[in-house]
Structures are given as structure tokens and as C-alpha cells.
Ligand binder design. Structure first.
Ligand SMILES: [Ca+2]
Length: 199
């Protein structure tokens, strides 16, 4: 059982008056379906070199691959952006592979968004609309058939074994994010499911 995980932590303290901390956790969940992240690229970010040391990637923005020690596969990305600010954007492209193996099957892919509830200490499902309304966060994602994201994956599309597909991860803290978000800690999780397509 392979459970790839993508962890995104976004912190906004130390920029202007902003002290919002936002954690985004993306989990790619498979059972006997054997998909993995095989590559990732930063398509765009406006993360700033806030401490003026000439380094952004590895400093204000870090992306660390989480490796399954048993097989060397990337089972997640641990992404931290600190600080962020109103208008901050991170646009990632993930390459995901339906690995041919004795267990590989045709799959349908889908995702579910969650938000960490500090009060209940549980992940709770949340809609993109509520991410906007509650946290001024624009979250866009989608599956694509090509790395340039020109061919959206049709609904009910069946991913074959040995096939690559791509996923957009777009996060933005809206320009009009209210000061009430300052100092808050926001955690988001996206679980990506590959389910046997039954064919
Ligand atoms: Ca820096």
C-alpha cells in the first residue's frame, strides 16, 4: 500500500503586518493502485526574498521530497512558504505515474479538500468556495493529460497502467485578504485518490 503525501506549509509572518500561517497538506492516497509522484515543477511563484540573502528556493520557499524508504518512490512533497503575503501565489505542476506492477490497474483519479479544525483537532472536508470565504485562499487544481496543462483530463477518464498524468496545484492568498487573518494558523489537506476503474 502506497500513500504518497504532499505537505504544503505556508507561513505569512514577518511580512508587513502579516502573521498568518497557512499549512496545506496534500495527500495522494492509493490502495492496491500504485501511483506515485515522479516529478514536480514550480510553474510560477512570487515568493519574495524577504531576508535579502539572494536565496528563495530553499529559504522562503522549500520543497522537500518525502521518499518511501522501502522502494525509493516519492510519496510526498513537503512544501513550506514562509512568509507569504496578500497576493502571494504558488503554482506547481505534479507529474504522477500509474506504475506498471503486478497490481497496477486502470484507475479514475479524484480529490477531496480538507481543512484542519483547531477546535476539534480534526480534518474536516471543505469546499473551494469556503476556502475563499473563510480564509481568502484561492485553490485551483485539476488533472491534465499533458505537462503543459493544455489538455484537461475528461471526467471519468481512465488512466491506464504505465501512463503519466499531471496535476495543477495553484494556491493564492487573495490581495484583499482581511487583516483578521493575521496570526491565524490555517491548514489545508488535499487527498488525491486513484480508484480502480473496474475495467
Ligand atoms: Ca531568502
Amino acid at each position: 500500500m502506497l500513500v504518497p503525501m504532499l505537505l504544503i506549509t505556508i507561513s505569512a509572518f514577518a511580512y508587513a503586518q502579516w502573521s498568518t500561517q497557512l499549512t496545506c497538506l496534500t495527500t495522494l492516497t492509493t490502495a492496491q493502485e500504485d501511483i506515485e509522484i515522479t516529478n514536480w515543477t514550480i510553474n510560477y511563484t512570487n515568493t519574495l526574498d524577504v531576508n535579502s540573502n539572494g536565496v528563495i528556493l530553499g529559504d522562503e520557499l522549500t520543497i522537500i521530497e518525502v521518499i518511501d524508504p522501502t522502494n525509493g518512490q516519492i510519496i510526498g512533497l513537503d512544501i513550506t512558504a514562509d512568509p507569504v503575503f496578500p497576493g502571494w501565489v504558488l503554482h506547481l505542476i505534479l507529474e504522477i505515474y500509474n506504475r506498471p506492477s503486478p497490481h497496477s490497474v486502470n484507475v479514475n483519479v479524484s480529490y477531496i479538500l480538507y481543512c484542519w479544525n483547531e477546535t476539534t483537532q480534526q480534518w474536516e472536508q471543505i469546499t473551494e468556495e469556503n476556502l475563499q470565504n473563510l480564509f481568502s485562499i484561492t485553490y485551483l487544481d485539476g488533472f491534465y493529460l499533458d505537462p503543459d496543462l493544455t489538455q484537461p483530463m475528461p471526467s471519468n477518464y481512465i488512466v491506464s497502467p504505465d501512463q503519466y498524468f499531471y496535476k495543477l496545484e495553484y494556491l493564492k492568498l487573495n490581495e484583499d485578504a482581511p487583516p483578521t487573518l493575521q496570526g491565524q494558523s490555517i491548514e489545508i489537506k488535499v487527498e488525491i485518490y486513484a480508484e480502480w476503474a473496474g475495467v
